[in-house]
Write a new protein. Structure first.
Length: 216
């Protein structure tokens, strides 16, 4: 059983995936797991509070198991101030409903760290789609955060970074890419030089820890 911790694709037979929803919060299939959040790229600067309210109502369901993806992105056109306001609300809400938070962060690690600290985020934190330097990965690990990797693992420059991260802090994902989760697992196992079943077992352990889950 592969766990896809963050995807925008529909659920697939035989794969435990957390499908991300940034709208249509009421349309979640009760058989599957979801995360809900306002992605920084798509924040409606005028109506986000209303949308957030609707999301909160939907988010109490048991099969919505994480908050996000949410976070900060310096490369998008949405006002950085509004992005921060929206992200703060996600942190507070995740604390309130005690569900892990999945973070999108582009060129804003200092601000994301600061907000997680200032607003006392006390749920597990997963930085998704990691494609950055070893130093940043080390900062994340030191804080006890989790890091999820996807298609970028096929980029040779990320191999060293991936290798340096304890396997207890890792998740794998497809996000919106065309890579399937099995190929991401295979690549991850190759880089870490561990068999697929061992990798798969460890990711299940990580999942149980973060989601307080008895699913596996
Ligand atoms: Zn995503």
């Amino acid at each position: 059983m592969f766990i896809d911790i963050h995807t925008h694709h529909p659920h697939q037979e035989g794969i435990f995936s957390i499908q991300n929803r940034l709208k249509d919060f009421d349309n979640c299939n009760s058989l599957y797991q979801y995360s809900v959040g306002l992605h920084p790229w798509f924040i409606d600067e005028h109506q986000w509070k209303d949308i957030f309210g609707k999301m909160k109502l939907a988010g109490n369901k048991n099969n919505i198991i994480a908050v996000g993806e949410c976070g900060l992105d310096r490369l998008c056109d949405i006002s950085f101030k509004i992005q921060q306001d929206v992200f703060i609300q996600h942190i507070l809400w995740a604390n309130e409903i005690a569900k892990p938070i999945i973070i999108h962060c582009v060129k804003a690690f200092d601000e994301v760290f600061r907000l997680l600290t200032d607003f006392q985020c006390n749920v597990p934190v997963i930085f998704h789609g990691f494609n950055n330097k070893k130093e940043i990965a080390e900062r994340l690990i030191k804080k006890g955060y989790f890091i999820s990797f996807g298609k970028a693992l096929f980029n040779p420059s990320l191999e060293n970074v991936f290798n340096s991260i304890p396997i207890e802090n890792i998740f794998l994902e497809t996000d919106d890419s065309d890579a399937d989760i099995k190929s991401v697992y295979t690549q991850a196992g190759r880089i870490k030089n561990i068999p697929l079943d061992q990798l798969s077992l460890q990711i299940k352990k990580n999942f149980k820890k973060v989601f307080n889950s008895t699913s596996f």
